[in-house]
Design a protein around this ligand. Structure first.
Ligand SMILES: *[C@@H]1O[C@H](CO)[C@@H](O)[C@H](O)[C@H]1NC(C)=O
Ligand SMILES: *[C@@H]1O[C@H](CO)[C@@H](O)[C@H](O)[C@H]1NC(C)=O
Ligand SMILES: *[C@@H]1O[C@H](CO)[C@@H](O)[C@H](O)[C@H]1NC(C)=O
Length: 390
């Protein structure tokens, strides 16, 4: 699981813990401690090494203690009976399997009667890889508290992120050195985050043309001036572009474009990219530290252009509090039209929306319409929080 997904799912789990009056402890996997500071002074959010359940990492949807299986085998009843444990004491823990590909029994977790049952369980072990907060807003038990906690619906992840995720000293050093050297001197900064999921559908030259078309059409970057090759630049107008990508080709092309020709209006454009790792190498400490530093640097940009469905971009835009321009997914190797659109909210999109399984269906409709939750632009089947009442 990439770093973006880990951050999204931890923030979601933290919010669920607040709503259900629990504390969060995180399993000490991979190099999380080299990336993040402890959020609360003189205490730790890591699970003690002598925690009696040692094989948490191997839990999956087939585990007999998963909530879905406990419901399926009727060890837990979620149909509103007085004794959901049928005369037995509640289990000492329940495993919540909240990753994409979960069963409809697992997704009962999001329903009201199930939350009443889960209150009786002391320990919940959660595995998740997504931002499931929008689904918590669909639950009428949580909704009143969420409304009080977050008057601005599209700032939920922004607040959670800034509250919980503080880069370690090493990563903070990387962020500030890069920022001071390359971005702070510029009058304006534009962050461009390019993530290619399918190189057949989105070949390099198509994505490059898309990025250039998007930034020029939306006037995020100045065009080039072909008629004044020796135009004198105006040193007061400086623009720094920060590119984050696994590849260096985008940087080279855009930098060359503004070297071969002057930018319109005398703007001085500089192009920067902290790393180009070639492939996503999650679990490698140096790679993850660079990725986390780059996410934070995106958060310092004045304007953002991000790739559809990229959780890396979701975290950057939330840290910055910026509504990005989204590079729509190219199809069949063509630049989409328009090349990019402005997002409606800076909230992340929840991709693995559970099928609507809660009992009180309205009018046989399969999707409950609630205020502040709508389908995403970058992932039409996903849902996200917005400020407007829908
Ligand atoms: C943390 O612990 C140290 C050493 O015990 C103490 O000096 C400090 O005041 C504590 N800080 C907080 C915020 O409790
Ligand atoms: C962007 O693409 C559209 C559609 O192909 C085209 O009409 C427009 O001229 C392009 N704009 C730029 C600045 O390249
Ligand atoms: C980890 O990633 C860095 C680049 O960030 C690379 O230089 C190093 O070789 C990688 N280490 C391993 C063990 O893959």
């Amino acid at each position: 699981m990439g770093l973006g997904n880990r951050i999204l799912s931890l923030a979601s789990t933290f919010l669920y813990a607040l709503l259900s009056d629990r504390v969060v402890l995180i399993d000490q996997v991979e190099n999380f401690a080299s990336l993040m500071c402890e959020p609360f002074p003189n205490t730790t959010w890591t699970l003690p090494l002598d925690f009696p359940i040692t094989n948490i990492g191997s839990f999956d949807g087939k585990h007999p203690s998963s909530y879905g299986n406990l419901v399926k085998t009727k060890k837990i009843r979620n149909d509103g009976v007085d004794d959901p444990f049928s005369g037995h004491p509640p289990p000492s823990f329940v495993y919540l399997h909240l990753t994409g590909g979960y069963t409809s029994e697992d997704t009962n977790f999001f329903c009201e009667p199930d939350q009443l049952v889960l209150r009786e369980i002391h320990w919940l072990l959660v595995r998740s890889d997504e931002y499931f907060v929008p689904a918590l807003f669909l639950n009428s038990i949580f909704m009143p508290v969420l409304t009080l906690m977050f008057p601005q619906k599209e700032a939920v992840f922004h607040h959670l992120c800034r509250y919980l995720f503080h880069p370690s000293n090493e990563v903070w050093g990387m962020i500030t050195r890069y920022y001071e050297s390359y971005l702070a001197p510029a009058g304006e900064t534009l962050g461009i985050q390019i993530r290619v999921f399918d190189e057949k559908q989105s070949p390099f030259d198509v994505v490059l043309r898309q990025v250039i078309n998007c930034t020029l059409t939306q006037k995020l970057l100045p065009g080039i001036d072909l008629s004044h090759p020796a135009a004198v630049a105006d040193r007061r107008k400086t623009k720094a572009i920060l590119i984050t990508s696994l590849y260096s080709g985008y940087l080279q092309h855009i930098r060359t474009m503004y070297w071969e020709h002057p930018a319109a209006g005398g703007v001085l454009v500089s192009v920067h990219q902290p790393s180009h790792e070639g492939w996503q190498n999650t679990g490698n400490k140096t790679h993850d530290m660079k990725a986390w530093a780059e996410i934070n640097l995106l958060g310092f940009a004045d304007v953002l252009v991000t790739s559809s469905q990229s959780t890396f971009g979701y975290v950057g835009q939330a840290l910055g509090g910026v509504k990005p321009w989204i590079l729509l997914k190219p199809e069949n190797g063509a630049v989409p039209e328009p090349a990019c659109v402005r997002d409606i909210s800076m909230e992340p999109c929840f991709h693995s929306v559970p099928p609507y399984v809660c009992k009180e269906k309205k009018n046989g409709d399969n999707s409950r319409v609630v205020p502040h939750v709508i389908h995403c632009i970058d992932t039409p089947w996903g849902i996200k929080l917005v400020n407007q009442t829908v």
